[in-house]
Design a binder for this molecule. Structure first.
Ligand SMILES: [Zn+2]
Ligand SMILES: [Zn+2]
Length: 193
């Protein structure tokens, strides 16, 4: 699948945003305006005015709608969610080469509020994944106590765990221990069991 740098960047923002939610299995990581402001800064989200309490509430609501796309049971269902999401915010394609990034498309309406801006950009990034027939790359971590999401951009779509690091390591250690246990069981001579 060919994805451009700005789509990959939007998908990174999408995953980071969704995993700030308590729905991802942890605590609220966007509890206040300052934490949202830091996310905007970190993800280099352009053309954003000062973040307000209203933005914070709207972004919290947006997270749930974006997460629903990961939970959709079919591409039809996911496509409908994305269509409604981008229609609600009057997504407006516009070519730009701001900040030396080279020509790329912005989908948010000029001067859009932060949540609307994110809905347009992240919704379109999800749309590109669906257009490529790659919905299965939108995944939830398989660790039993984790509900973080990720977009599997690996060549053979083999990723199973989120990028929190701990999940993959934990699960590998558990699998290793299980193998050792069964190896130890096998070592007991017949008749002794
Ligand atoms: Zn841009
Ligand atoms: Zn995980």
């Amino acid at each position: 699948m060919l994805i451009t740098h700005d789509t990959e960047s939007a998908l990174g923002t999408l995953v980071e945003l969704l995993n700030t939610s308590p729905d991802a299995g942890g605590y609220e990581q966007l509890p206040d305006v300052a934490s949202l402001d830091a996310l905007v800064e970190r993800r280099e989200i352009s053309e954003v005015d000062a973040v307000t309490v209203a933005d914070l509430a709207a972004v919290h609501a947006l997270r749930a709608r974006l997460r629903a796309v990961f939970g959709a049971g079919s591409t039809e269902e996911a496509a409908e969610l994305v269509n409604v999401l981008v229609a609600d915010v009057n997504a407006t394609p516009r070519l730009t080469d701001h900040d030396g990034h080279g020509w790329h498309m912005h989908y948010f309406a000029p001067h859009a509020a932060l949540a609307d801006h994110l809905a347009a950009e992240l919704g379109m990034a999800l749309g590109l994944i669906l257009m490529a027939g790659e919905r299965e790359r939108l995944r939830r971590c398989e660790a039993p106590d984790c509900a973080r999401v990720f977009v599997d951009l690996s060549r053979n779509r083999s990723r199973r765990y989120c990028d929190s690091r701990t999940c993959g390591n934990r699960m590998h250690v558990a699998a290793y221990r299980a193998r050792q246990r069964s190896a130890a069981d096998d070592a007991i001579p017949l008749g002794v069991r």
